[in-house]
Design a protein. Structure first.
Length: 401
């Protein structure tokens, strides 16, 4: 896992027709992260591209020497909360000790190495502030002139290919490469936030976090399913279905089941789901009896945001509810399944790194998770407001023997 300490940070989708192999050299890939939560975004891209190793060259720029097909990159961008775009066959400089002329020399070679030509546009993006004495527009114009000299044409409206030019004001790094994605900062989740849905509750998760949690739990989209055993208003389920994942959402409250079904239909806007999903009434502590046998062994990810305070499970304590739910889920999950558990915590205002749960003790929860066959892989904090943060836990979870 990449260990790049930083605060939260912002950012790219419209896909060009970049060929699978664009140059004769070893491909260099650069991922540009959005500015919402860089540490979670880093974990998300590692989950969505599990066989690709990334190294952070700045908080929002991750480099890799691995080669991924354009379709794989497009799928990551389409389903990701935190990944804005990729630059394929990228070149870069650090303006602290390199010059714009050196970037242009590298860009010239990058364009010459391309095995294609056609209509092209150069797009620009500044992240984390401006770089002193550097003009993205002027540099983009020079790169465009180089492309024209190499038999490309310029078409800003309907290009066949795009070169992305990213200027990172936090690190003085400037990178350019063949753009997969775009520099639009919207991923559509704002239109699906809780207050926009036909059925919602004020405590509903931000769709960005719900989507990211599903990706952390499940990894690349495949034929395996994600399980949301306490679906509530269906935040996880909506994002899973919109990504084209198989999904099972369970709640013992019929109003929540009906509301989740309504929210999924609303999000799909009359379009058919890309994969099958199931919304059922049942007890999270009795999942083998609740969920059809055909789904057993097909669940590779669990996303769990348990209710706190008064909840529909009556007298079950918070820990008892979590424990019984996880043990129940272990009877139906696949090998190598992952769990994302979200719990409320008290904000760590002095950034001590300590965890203070809103309900119970961290050591007790940690022991409970271990007893339920889980091994924690990663943990992150998300600030909500002055008196509330969330702890996001990623863990492996072993099926029952």
């Amino acid at each position: 896992m990449i260990d790049y300490r930083s605060k939260h940070v912002n950012i790219c989708i419209r896909f060009g027709q970049l060929p699978e192999s664009s140059s004769n050299n070893m491909a260099e890939l650069l991922a540009c992260l959005r500015g919402w939560h860089v540490e979670l975004a880093t974990a998300e891209i590692e989950a969505l591209a599990p066989h690709t190793k990334f190294a952070a060259i700045s908080p929002r720029l991750l480099a890799s020497s691995s080669q991924l097909k354009t379709a794989e990159l497009q799928q990551i961008i389409t389903c990701s909360s935190g990944v804005q775009c990729f630059l394929d066959d990228y070149v870069s400089i650090n303006l602290e000790h390199e010059s714009v002329e050196e970037l242009l020399e590298k860009a010239t070679q990058m364009i010459r190495d391309a095995k294609f030509n056609g209509a092209l546009a150069v797009r620009t993006l500044r992240i984390d502030g401006r770089i002193n004495d550097f003009s993205t527009q002027s540099t983009a114009g020079k790169i465009g002139s180089i492309a024209v000299a190499e038999q490309f044409t310029i078409d800003l409206e309907n290009p066949e290919f795009e070169i992305g030019l990213i200027a990172d004001g936090g690190s003085n790094i400037v990178a350019c490469g063949w753009l997969v994605g775009n520099f639009d900062d919207s991923i559509g989740t704002a239109n699906r936030r809780a207050t926009e849905r036909p059925f919602f509750r004020p405590i509903s998760l931000d769709p960005r976090l719900a989507r990211l949690a599903v990706n952390l739990a499940c990894g690349p989209i495949d034929e395996q399913a994600v399980l949301d055993p306490m679906t509530g208003t269906g935040g996880f389920a909506v994002e899973a279905v919109m990504m084209g994942r198989r999904c099972i959402a369970v709640d013992m409250n019929q109003a929540m089941v009906d509301g989740t079904t309504q929210n999924i239909a609303w999000a799909l806007q009359g379009q058919p789901a890309k994969n099958d999903y199931l919304v059922v009434t049942g007890d999270a502590c009795e999942l083998p009896e609740t969920i059809e046998n055909s789904w057993h062994g097909q669940i590779s990810g669990i996303v769990l945001d348990p209710p706190y305070g008064r909840n529909s499970h009556g007298s079950k304590s918070h820990y008892d509810l979590i424990s019984k739910t996880l043990q129940s889920a272990r009877a139906i999950i696949s090998e190598d399944a992952k769990l994302v558990l979200i719990v409320p915590i008290i904000p760590d205002k002095n950034d001590t790194g300590e965890i203070e749960l809103l309900h119970g003790q961290w050591d007790e929860l940690n022991q409970l998770l271990s007893d339920c066959g889980t091994t924690i892989i990663g943990r992150w904090k998300e600030h909500v407001h002055g008196s509330l943060s969330r702890l996001i836990l990623l863990a492996s979870i072993a099926p029952l023997d």
